[in-house]
Ligand binder design. Structure first.
Ligand code: NAD
Ligand code: TYD
Length: 350
């Protein structure tokens, strides 16, 4: 049985990737390595936790010796590396966690793989999951290509850019068989409600203000999380070593137009009069260094690997809202305790 180590599998995207691989590939042993930070939640994987080809290891990727030990003891043959500190606002208030996990944690995994695989690299793979935010901020036109120069502007994106550079350096220096993908904003079930879409769904449900930074004119490209998991599956199996693949939804929205659409869907689902939820929109102080626009050119993965997004945004958002409304308990469990403190610091005290 081939053993694949998936880091960050208890988080948002990681849990979709773990679920997909466990169900689709019974011939692989899927080891989920996660520190279970505030963003990691084993409840995201309840439906597959007893599958015979699934295992969980609670560990911190910043612990180098532990990473070496895990590679030694489990005969790890491939890595899909998603573990990261992932929220831009948290990187602004506390950058060091991002430096430790995203940079040092990634190097620890690269070193563990290099040591464990030194005698035979051919059938191995180290797949690093990254973000479009490494490319910086676009003006009104243009898109990010795989060849676009890096220009990260937040501690989060700078830490991800740094880890991407290190992954490429290990390919060139040590011939480590790496592949990287850079994806746009994901949305869907199991996303922690610090991010725009689940935060807004939760606030609308509870009749609380929907905080919009600045004028709401910033633009993001949104992709349904299962379309990202599908792309990861394809790249893992068919991507070329040393290559980068951009993944995007070809689906740009200003934050305000996205929230207006979400409000309409929520009014309909909650049986509220059209226009009710919109009244909750509240403009708040802008994020420091707020990137204006991200947009991805995903021609390469479409042409080379035959990937394309499967869902229209309206359909994906509808499905996402249904999931959050049907899983109130999941939301209530993670919004008690520490989440309240985070929320007050982020939105009330500034
Ligand atoms: P997330 O914050 O939901 O999950 C991150 C997971 O990593 C959590 O389970 C957490 O417990 C774990 N983790 C954090 N620090 C760790 C450490 N030191 N050791 C071990 N585990 C640790 O993040 P996400 O949104 O699922 O993002 C996953 C990956 O995809 C990240 O690398 C992120 O940069 C990238 N990405 C995210 C998006 C997006 O829109 N969410 C888009 C493109 C790329
Ligand atoms: P977010 O979900 O944090 O993702 P990212 O910063 O990685 O793109 O934010 C998406 C967009 O929504 C971004 O332009 C910031 C904005 N935003 C708000 O306007 N209000 C909020 O409360 C949050 C969390 C984000």
């Amino acid at each position: 049985m081939k053993t694949i180590l998936i880091t960050g599998g208890a988080g948002f995207i990681g849990s979709h990737v773990v679920r997909r691989f466990v169900k689709k590939y019974p011939q692989y042993k899927i080891l989920n390595l996660d520190k279970l930070t505030y963003a990691g939640n084993l409840a995201n994987l309840r439906d597959i936790e007893n599958e015979p080809n699934y295992g969980f290891i609670k560990a911190d990727i910043v612990d180098a010796e532990r990473m070496n030990q895990i590679f030694r003891e489990n005969n790890v043959e491939s890595v899909i590396h998603l573990a990261a500190e992932s929220h831009v606002d948290r990187s602004i208030s506390n950058p060091m966690e991002f430096i430790f996990t995203n940079i040092i944690g990634t190097v620890n995994l690269l070193n563990a793989a290099r040591i464990a695989w030194q005698d035979k690299m051919e059938d191995k793979r180290f797949y690093h999951i990254s973000t479009d935010e490494v490319y910086g901020s676009l003006g009104e036109t243009g898109t990010f290509l795989e060849t676009t120069a890096y220009d990260p502007r937040s501690p989060y994106s700078a830490s991800k850019a740094s880890s991407d550079h290190l992954v490429r350096a290990y390919f060139h220096t040590y011939k480590l068989p790496v592949v990287i993908s850079n994806c746009s904003n994901n949305y869907g079930p199991f996303q922690f409600p610090e991010k725009l879409i689940p935060l807004s769904i939760n606030n609308i449900r509870n009749n609380k203000p929907i905080p919009i930074y600045g004028k709401g004119e910033n633009i993001r490209d949104w992709l349904f999380v299962e379309d990202h998991a599908n792309a990861i599956d394809l790249i893992f199996h068919e991507g070329k070593n040393g290559e980068t693949y951009n993944i995007g939804g070809n689906n740009e929205w200003t934050n305000i137009s996205l929230i207006l659409l979400l409000c309409k869907i929520m009014d309909r689902k909650l049986g509220r009069a059209d226009g009710t939820s919109e009244k909750l929109i509240t403009y708040v102080k802008d994020r420091a260094g707020h990137d204006l626009r991200y947009a991805i050119d995903s021609t390469k993965i479409q042409h080379e690997l035959g990937w394309k997004p499967s869902l229209q945004f309206e359909e994906g958002l509808d499905k996402t809202v249904d999931w959050y409304l049907e899983n109130e308990e999941w939301m209530n469990n993670i919004t008690s305790g520490d989440y309240q403190k985070y929320y007050e610091n982020q939105y009330v005290k500034r």
